[in-house]
Design a protein around this ligand. Sequence first.
Ligand code: ATP
Ligand code: MG
Length: 274
Amino acid sequence: MQEQDGSGKCAVKIAVCGKGGVGKTFIAGSLAEEFFRQGRAVLAIDADSSPNLALTLGLSPQDAQAIVPVAENEELIRLKTGTSYAGVFRLTFTVDDIIADHAKATPAGPGLLVMGTVRTMGSGCTCPAHSVIKALVRHLIVERDEVVILDMEAGIEHLGRGTAEGVDTLLVVTDANKKSRETASAIIRLARASSIRDIRLAGNRVTGDRDAGAIRSCADENGVPVGILIPFDPVVAEAGITGEPVARDGSGALAAIETLAKTLAGDSAPGAGP
Ligand SMILES: Nc1ncnc2c1ncn2[C@@H]1O[C@H](COP(=O)(O)OP(=O)(O)OP(=O)(O)O)[C@@H](O)[C@H]1O
Ligand SMILES: [Mg+2]
């Protein structure tokens, strides 16, 4: 059952994943902005260990660099998990204030929370940070009553860590490239074993029928629907080079993402199936 946010609309929680460089951050950021334009409260989460969602949401490189990721905020982690016993840390705490204090407003509209990396190579001292991140993600995707979009780390490892467990929709991004399709297939196989029920393939940088056909076949082979086919867009490619935000007018990719946002909002309406 989905919760309602202040607008009376259903909450939507979406994780965007896929092979490195397929367009996850562009799609996650543009989707977040699109939901915001539709009048929704939106929180965008950068769950990538090399975060750059801030730039896509219009922050300057200086402002983006000034953000201290939650996992690297030692004072916050100590505050949340500290006890007076050496080597012992608290496992239950509230995370609402983390969002209130650490989510940053962006020029594009959505709030942005940067998670940062938790190095779990058996080092006990990183456990408190890990427990804060896990509690935060769980809280965000289970209890928050707004649109939450997670920009995931490239590849499949995050599925093993269960970072996206509990989202409504897993949007697996691929382009027509065989290696991207293979990573997408691996992600879908792992996601099927999780609690995520709605898994969709998003085709990106589609240049013609051949690309579209390869992406459709990948979806068919894995038994998932194609959520959207986003065209290769020279406007987006140019913005990638200059670092400037993508101009809305004339962007075929943003038009496709607008359609995707409307579909996802409609599909998560009460009584609607995925
Ligand atoms: N539909 C598109 N048309 C043209 N260029 C695109 C399109 N989608 C993404 N790009 C460009 O591709 C590049 C990679 O996109 P992006 O950074 O979103 O990928 P990513 O999957 O998040 O990468 P990483 O795995 O490194 O986080 C960017 O320069 C972006 O502007
Ligand atoms: Mg990215």
